[in-house]
Each structure stands twice: as C-alpha cells, then as structure tokens.
Ligand binder design. Sequence first.
Ligand code: SF4
Ligand code: SF4
Length: 151
Amino acid sequence: MKRMEFRNTYIGNITIAVKSLFTGMRVTLREFFTRKITEQYPENRKTLHIPERHRARLVMPHDENGNNKCIACGLCQQTCPNGTISITTRTVTDEESGKSRKVLAEYRYDLGACMFCQLCVNVCPKNAIEFSNEFENAVFDRSRLIIKLNK
Ligand code: SF4
Ligand code: SF4
C-alpha cells in the first residue's frame, strides 16, 4: 500500500493550518508596529512625493522654440485601444526641394477616456509623447479633459 504523505494526514493538516496562521499573524504584527503616515493633502502639495513613473496624463514636450518631435505618423492613434488620441495633419511643401510632406496640425488627447496603458508612448518612433505625473486633473466639465497637446 502506498505510504500517505504527512501533509495529507490529520496531524499534517493541523500543522499546515497553524503554520499559515502564524505567517498571517507575523504580517499583521509587522504592520501594526510600522510607523503610520497620514498624508495631509492638499495642505502638503509642496512636499507631496509623486513617483516619477506615475502616469497621470499624456504630454507632448516642446523645445525652447516651441517645436515638438512628432512626425504625424499616426501610430499612437492607431495603437490606442480607446480612441483617445485624434491627430489632424496638414501638408506642407518644402520651398527648396518642392517636396510635400505631412505635418502635425492638431494633436487631441482625451484624458477622460485614457486608461493609462502607455501603448501610445511605447509605439512612438520619435519619443514625441510621454506621461507626466501631474495628477491634479479634476474638472467640473468633461469637455475640459479633451486637451490639445501640440502648441
Ligand atoms: S495611454 Fe493607452 S488609452 Fe491612453 S492615450 Fe495612450 S494608448 Fe490610449
Ligand atoms: S506622437 Fe509619435 S506615434 Fe504619435 S503621431 Fe507623433 S510621432 Fe507618430
């Protein structure tokens, strides 16, 4: 006859139950003696630490001349699962070469529909968009959550 494993015996079951009880109690006791911190928000706005990687809203960085790196390829718009991004382009003709190219006219981002998955940022070939950690985005009117990102 096959030998019964200890964990499947009556005593084995009790041993496992007591062990897991002590594991749980150890976590509870550790948290009980951990120093408690209460954030006094919004009074502590100036000292509040928001992790850099926190995804609060999509932004499009611009250089000192007001230029962004977007080439209007539309990849972010196609990748977004929520239809949060809407890009409008226009065509410009280069005076020297006479060649036409597509440039960004308007980059609209609907913060209210964004689920912060960051797929748009990951797919951008020019690193033209990124997430900022500015988290205070509450508004009274949803239409104000639709933001034009390019200057
Ligand atoms: S983070 Fe996700 S949901 Fe938000 S705009 Fe980018 S792809 Fe769309
Ligand atoms: S933000 Fe990036 S992915 Fe989106 S249109 Fe501009 S260059 Fe393309």
